[in-house]
Write a protein that binds this ligand. Structure first.
Ligand code: PA5
Length: 446
């Protein structure tokens, strides 16, 4: 089935002719992507990944996941940015935001190395006490400080608990095929290693071992995910704006940007989608936000956030449009019974499924927000399962790449991420940063 674009709620904000006017630019962006002639063309491995992935490694991922499921109560996934968000999003969406607390025959999964907060790590270490654990450390560059630091701590824990030999059975590395400190360490210690292909950037890597190993450990069907992505690859490769929903979405958001909108608010009515929104924000934010251009990606989960940011959306600065992910069928439903006393006055909601109430909240909100001057794009998803997840990942990745080219930026680099690192290293006294350290300290103390 796959994600579908619905432009119905753009009426009064964007005419069909405005989207049509981008036809030539969409075609140009499509050709740049498919002929590998655009900016960042060294990083297009994700385009054909659903068909051209390493089948041998895929089987190895499944075997490693089965081993972890068998010998571990806890899997710690260490990574940051594109090296963790996709896996976490998939596990919350496909299994549950309550995954770790559910009754299940798969290990609990926690994420580390995505911050440098000591309390977070101390709490995680105490969760691991007395439990059998495995580690999956993920870093394409193999040099990122946050995961490297967390890995140092968890490697020490695991070696103390199981010895060097035992640790080898429980540490799985996902990194570059040849380069980086992590790769060197894996070679030295003999850890099982999975490869992030050279031409797949971090935020486009969820369909590689980066995402697939933790997702498989959580018990999701990674074969079905790849099949969903393949369906998207096939359907969304047509260079025809009228027939390609991904291109319609990219064109519509670009039109709204040109008309003065500076923020895209990704909306869902399902709390299990919240981490998908985090993945989306990283994908689009790091890809588009450069050269003083780009839509700021933000997200909300309704109806929760209707009681916080909803006020701003309805009546605050008119700077945003919303992209609402409309999941047609929830994974589970709940029947609302009639109450004889009707003390809470809620019998008008009874004798129907709760999903109907959520749907009316969706309809009511779209009408309220468009009425308040906020354009709404709707992206329809038939249901939540592995196939739809794979489709959605590919849909958003492609929409992001096309959006970057429409904007005239390189969607596949992230030069701005280096600035904070340089300052942090200098302030911490990393060798080679001596002159920057003095200048920064003068600023702080001045
Ligand atoms: O999308 C990206 O490239 C980044 O967000 C990276 O995923 C992130 O910085 C982590 O990098 P690495 O995997 O090299 O540790």
């Amino acid at each position: 089935m796959g994600m579908k674009y619905n432009g119905k709620y753009l009426k009064g904000f964007l005419g069909a002719h405005e989207i049509k006017a981008l036809e030539g630019q969409i075609k140009d962006a499509h050709e740049k992507l498919h002929n590998k002639t655009g900016l960042g063309n060294d990083f297009l491995g994700w385009v054909n990944l659903p068909t051209d992935y390493n089948k041998f490694e895929f089987e190895r991922i499944k075997r490693a996941a089965a081993r972890i499921q068998k010998n571990s109560q806890v899997l710690i996934v260490i990574g940051i940015g594109g090296s963790y968000l996709g896996a976490r999003a998939a596990i919350e969406l496909l299994r549950s935001p309550f995954y770790n607390n559910l009754k299940k025959d798969t290990p609990e999964i926690y994420f580390a190395g995505n911050n440098i907060n000591p309390t977070y790590l101390c709490e995680l270490l105490s969760i691991c006490e007395g439990k059998d654990i495995s580690l999956n450390v993920i870093s394409k560059s193999g040099t990122t400080t946050e995961p490297a630091l967390a890995f140092r701590i968890f490697r020490e824990l695991i070696e103390k608990k199981y010895g060097k030999e035992g640790a080898r059975e429980r540490i799985f590395c996902t990194t570059d095929a040849a380069r980086g400190t992590l790769k060197e360490l894996c070679n030295r210690e003999g850890y099982e290693t999975f490869v992030i292909p050279d031409d797949v950037g971090g935020r486009f890597s969820v369909l590689t071992a980066v995402g697939l190993l933790p997702i498989a450990v959580a018990g999701a069907d990674i074969e079905a995910i790849m099949n969903g992505a393949k369906a998207a690859q096939d359907e969304l490769s047509v260079c025809d704006l009228d027939r390609n929903d991904c291109y319609k979405y990219a064109a519509a958001r670009n039109c709204l940007y040109r008309k003065g909108k500076s923020m895209e608010l990704l909306v869902s009515f399902d709390p299990s989608f919240t981490m998908m929104s985090e993945w989306f924000k990283q994908l689009f934010g790091e890809s588009e936000g450069k050269d003083n251009k780009g839509l700021f990606p933000a997200s909300v989960t309704f109806s929760t956030d209707l009681h916080s940011l909803g006020q701003f959306v309805q009546e605050g600065s008119r700077l945003m449009f919303e992209t609402v992910v409309d999941i047609k069928k929830p994974k589970q439903d709940l029947f609302i019974n009639e109450d004889a006393e009707n003390f809470d006055g809620l019998n008008f909601l009874s004798n129907q499924n709760m999903s109907i109430v959520n749907r009316k909240a969706f309809e009511g909100t779209v009408l309220a927000h468009t009425g308040g001057g906020v354009p709404n794009i709707v992206l329809e998803v038939p249901e939540i399962n592995e196939h739809e997840f794979g489709y959605m990942v590919y849909f958003f990745e492609k929409a992001c790449a096309i959006s970057g080219y429409l904007l005239g930026v390189n969607p596949f680099d992230q030069p701005g991420v280096e600035s904070y690192k340089k300052n942090m290293f200098a302030l911490l006294g990393k060798p080679g940063y001596e002159s920057e350290k003095a200048a920064l300290e003068a600023q702080i103390n001045g």
